[in-house]
Design a protein around this ligand. Structure first.
Ligand code: HEM
Length: 156
């Protein structure tokens, strides 16, 4: 839904759920054959791309499907705990999802991409921190909501 100033959510701007599904299909296609990430995702659920698409859609202002159908934040957190993810893996993850964004034609305007990568920088760093041995992250929290931040689209 557009806000009072007529500015759509990042979810709408991106193209809705179908856009996030296409993004994640393209992303995990590359992850599966990537030298750094293939071993990390060797046992991933076949539906993993769809689940991550649901998560991203909810974060960027779409329907709360991940919260309602997939256990929300506690489930997502639990999937990262104990994995001891590395900075090299994080950077590759980020790099491949940005490549996938180009491949599937997600909007490439500066405002959208700045907000999109902002969330992904934040989220991947949290994933690495939470995955370390002995980490004690907050166990219960809502799915985060990400908006345009300081640079929404220009509305004359
Ligand atoms: C913004 C950053 C990230 C988001 C939004 C994200 C999202 C998710 C979600 C939603 C799940 C659970 C899917 C389900 O419901 O089954 C998950 C699982 C997982 N994530 Fe992440 N993740 C992020 C970063 C990372 C990074 C940087 C790595 C590794 C380099 C990683 C590795 C994994 C692995 C291995 C699983 C388990 C897959 C499986 O076996 O099913 N994640 N992630």
């Amino acid at each position: 839904m557009a806000d009072d100033n007529g500015i759509p959510t990042l979810y709408e701007w991106a193209g809705g759920s179908a856009a996030f599904e296409k993004l994640c299909e393209a992303f995990y296609r590359q992850v599966r054959v990537d030298d750094v990430l293939a071993p990390v995702f060797a046992h991933m659920d076949a539906e993993h791309p769809r689940f991550v698409a649901m998560w991203l859609a909810e974060v960027f202002g779409g329907p709360a499907d991940y919260s309602q159908q997939r256990g929300g934040y506690p489930h997502m957190l639990g999937k990262h705990l104990g994995r001891a993810l590395t900075e090299q893996q994080r950077r590759r993850w980020l790099s491949l999802i940005m490549d996938a964004a180009d491949e599937v034609g997600l909007p490439d305007d500066p405002e959208f991409r700045a907000a999109f990568v902002g969330y992904l920088e934040w989220g991947t760093r949290l994933a690495v921190a939470n995955s370390q041995p002995g980490a004690a992250p907050v166990g219960q929290a809502p799915v985060p909501k990400w908006g345009w931040g300081v640079a929404p689209p220009y509305v004359p």
